[in-house]
Design a protein around this ligand. Structure first.
Ligand SMILES: [Zn+2]
Length: 191
């Protein structure tokens, strides 16, 4: 799976064999489309998504080219899930978060559980990225738990990266999705 900011640009790059296999680095070529998915964004907006697929011309592995606004196998966009994790990092429980996002309590609870399972890994990615971009931007405040440290480090990394590169501001959670290779939540079946 490859997370990209702009699926149209990525499709053109794929057609010209400019995307590289995340496994072996070989050139990828177009390989049809993945099945249609329905994904919910903020405020209940439903999106119908049909991602491109790519196949490596060297190792022949296939990869889905996914919009960075989305997480693999999740029925909600990264920013909805990200807001839930941010709420938890601020000490809120899953019930008020679920009510605010209009998502079922069980779904939010499972996101928070997965997020906490990934938290140490996410924190490591965030801190490494901050150090690479701007070590002075490393967060130093005490936080209540690992998830809070992780979210803070990821946000700091995207802000530091943007300051450094002056790149056009993509959605915060899309940037975090690219930074974490779509692993904001520990890998899980559909939900
Ligand atoms: Zn390959």
């Amino acid at each position: 799976m490859i997370e990209v900011f702009d699926v149209v640009v990525a499709r053109r790059a794929l057609a010209r064999r400019l995307l590289r296999c995340p496994g072996c680095g070989g050139p990828l070529r177009p390989w049809g489309r993945a099945r249609l998915r329905k994904v919910r964004d903020a405020d209940g907006v439903e999106l119908a998504i049909r991602p491109d697929r790519a196949r490596c011309t060297d190792c022949r592995a296939t990869h889905v080219v996914l919009d960075a606004a989305l997480l693999p196998r999740r029925a909600y966009t990264a920013r909805v899930i990200g807001r839930a994790l941010l709420g938890a990092a601020r000490g809120r429980g899953h019930r008020p978060i679920a009510a605010e996002l209009a998502v079922s309590e069980g779904t939010v609870r499972s996101w928070l559980r997965r997020g906490r399972q990934s938290a140490h890994h996410l924190w490591t990615i965030g801190v490494q990225a901050v150090v690479a971009f701007d070590a002075d931007a490393l967060p130093t405040r005490e936080r209540p738990d690992t998830l809070a440290y992780a979210i803070e480090a990821l946000v700091a990394a995207t802000v530091a990266g943007q300051n450094l590169l002056g790149s056009p501001a993509a959605d915060l959670w899309s940037q975090i999705t690219v930074l974490t290779h779509g692993q904001l939540l520990a890998p899980a079946p559909a939900g």
